[in-house]
Write a protein that binds this ligand. Structure first.
Ligand code: PRP
Length: 209
């Protein structure tokens, strides 16, 4: 048998949804479910090796070819870009990017250049460039909703899933930007060298979506 295909999963919810999908295919994911603090786990009947990583690192490992495949959110793909194939929309991890601001504030009002806080400066820059609008962007690492509450920013560009975080903090969506979901990505060289195995896995995945 060939060496296992190595697949990097984004730790957390996407990891759980991907394991659920692999189990639907019929693979035994016990080692991943009982991983403890281990970061590389076998899925022997699928001839897979699961690597658990942070979202940005999933892309880095796949781009460098040390992982053949990866499961990562479209948000991270749009922010990081990079060279790989995006093969399948896995349909889970659904949410959206939105521009939000304090309830009742007029984000587009006035002449002052607006300040926008975000974990995703590239996406935010592209979004406002496409509108021809000049904004100052401040990079925040998490809980971006704080920035308008602390009056650091006029608005935020962030992920909205249920809308609860915005609501409970007195913010509201001004505009939806783009829908997001988890994607299966593949290293470009692996796609050539291990095409048959990858296509078989993709067929199985697509049959269970
Ligand atoms: C994400 C996002 C929002 C929240 C949206 O944050 O940045 O804060 O989830 O979810 P909701 O619409 O269902 O309330 P995450 O939980 O990943 O934490 P972070 O802000 O610290 O990155």
């Amino acid at each position: 048998m060939n060496k296992p295909l190595r697949i990097a999963l984004t730790k957390g919810r996407l990891e759980k949804d991907t394991v659920g999908l692999l189990e639907k295919i019929g693979y035994d994911c016990t080692a991943v479910r009982e991983k403890g603090r281990k970061l590389i786990l076998p899925v022997p009947d699928g001839n897979l090796e699961v690597v658990l990583a942070k979202a940005n690192d999933v892309i880095t490992y796949v781009e460098h070819g040390v992982c053949d495949l990866g499961v990562v959110g479209k948000d991270t793909i749009m922010e990081m870009q990079g060279t790989f194939f995006e093969l399948v929309d896995l349909g889970f991890g659904r949410c959206r990017f939105a521009l939000a601001a304090k309830k009742g504030s007029s984000f587009y009002g006035g002449y002052k250049v607006k300040t926008v806080a975000t974990k995703y400066p590239n996406i935010t820059r592209n979004y406002f460039e496409s509108k021809g609008m000049d904004v100052d962007i401040v990079k925040i690492e998490g809980s971006v909703e704080l920035a308008p509450l602390l009056e650091l920013a006029d608005g935020i560009v962030d992920i909205v899933e249920t809308g609860t975080t915005l609501k409970e903090n007195g913010l509201e969506v001004i505009e939806d930007i783009v829908p997001i979901s988890a994607r299966l990505i593949v290293n470009t060289v692996s796609m050539k060298l291990r095409q048959h195995e990858i296509e078989s896995l993709v067929d199985l995945v697509e049959s269970r979506l």
